[in-house]
Design a protein around this ligand. Sequence first.
Ligand SMILES: [Zn+2]
Ligand SMILES: [Zn+2]
Length: 101
Amino acid sequence: MDYTDGIPYDPKTMRVKECPRCHNSQFQDNSLFCRICGLELYNICIGNEERDNWGNPIYSNQHKNPSNARFCEICGKPTVYNIRGILPCWNDYIPAEKTDS
Ligand SMILES: [Zn+2]
Ligand SMILES: [Zn+2]
């Protein structure tokens, strides 16, 4: 079955066409975050978290995933749309009802 709860995204860049949280659709070409609510416009995985000398987190090895991905297809780590509650857990997903009766 298909999980159709991902927001439409550009398959070339993997960037969503509309913010899945606030539904803003005004982005600049190089935008990484929603200018209205601050959400990531790419459903990247959390990657590896390390700390710099000042204790600030540095993230590396983050991969871009389709907008309905709960987990990264490359490394298996959770995606940002999963941890921020944009996407429901897979076993809470309710498939769209078929309209033919
Ligand atoms: Zn937004
Ligand atoms: Zn990954």
